[in-house]
Design a protein around this ligand. Structure first.
Ligand SMILES: C[S@@+](CC[C@H](N)C(=O)[O-])C[C@H]1O[C@@H](n2cnc3c(N)ncnc32)[C@H](O)[C@@H]1O
Length: 222
């Protein structure tokens, strides 16, 4: 489905420039783009040395905005490749006057360009596209090529929290985490059964839960 480009998108993105980094991907080759260095200075960006957590594929930003409001002593960087979607997240953070969130409009592949090695405490992967078709495994955000890259961004012992409604993707991810030497701290096939009051329900999670689908969660330690 083609998405209608939001009106005045460029102006709206520019108006949020203080909390948004837009990737300059003149070079469409992701490997080259990732090798460039434009590391964000978290101290400057947030004005403090609080821990930093990363959400990859933040969509419209409900999750990261709620989490940031709950935890003002933690900084959050949220990444989303589709600017049309991301604009809603960025404008929401602005409207809520959140000081501890920064956004990057970029593909996950390019993150090493912006994020210094060993600086991230936790990574959230919420309802990443499961990409079930044959030949698409390498694009999944829990493919070993991503998990190995995330490890370079994470501090020693940093964690990845993944939620999905897709059983096959859950099993693929478990294998992938194990193959890459992550320690599985939690594997849950029905998040509702945990009654976790800390859980923040994302846009996709609400939709799938309302449909009666199970929500799977993995917590893995680097
Ligand atoms: C199914 S949506 C989930 C959105 C949100 N996390 C939620 O739970 O409601 C997946 C999001 O990840 C984004 N995404 C997919 N692949 C990505 C990549 N390689 N880099 C950054 N974002 C990506 C998509 O554009 C989409 O907005």
């Amino acid at each position: 489905m083609r998405m209608h480009r939001k009106s005045h998108l460029d102006e709206r993105l520019s108006a949020c420039g203080d909390i948004l980094t837009v990737a300059d991907l003149t070079d469409k080759n992701m490997k080259h783009a990732a090798a460039e260095r434009e590391e964000l200075d978290f101290l400057k960006l947030f004005g403090n040395a609080n821990p930093v957590r990363l959400e990859i594929g933040c969509g419209k930003g409900k999750f990261v905005c709620e989490l940031a409001a709950r935890h003002p002593q933690i900084n959050f960087v949220a990444v989303e490749k589709i600017s049309n979607v991301l604009i809603e997240a960025v404008e929401r953070a602005k409207a809520e006057n959140l000081k501890n969130v920064h956004f990057i409009n970029s593909a996950a592949e390019v993150l090493p360009r912006y994020i210094k090695e060993g600086t991230v405490d936790k990574i959230y992967l919420n309802f990443s596209n499961p990409l079930p078709k044959l030949g698409y495994a390498k694009q999944r955000l829990t493919h070993p090529r991503f998990l190995n890259m995330y490890r370079t961004l994470l501090k020693d012992g940093g964690e990845i929290v993944q939620k999905t409604d897709d059983g096959d993707f859950y099993r693929f991810s478990l294998e992938s985490f194990t193959e890459c030497g992550y320690e599985i701290l939690e594997k849950c096939e029905d998040l509702a059964s945990l009654a976790d009051t800390e859980n923040i329900v994302t846009e996709h999670e609400k939709r799938f839960s309302d449909m009666g689908k199970n929500i799977y969660r993995i917590i893995a330690k680097s």
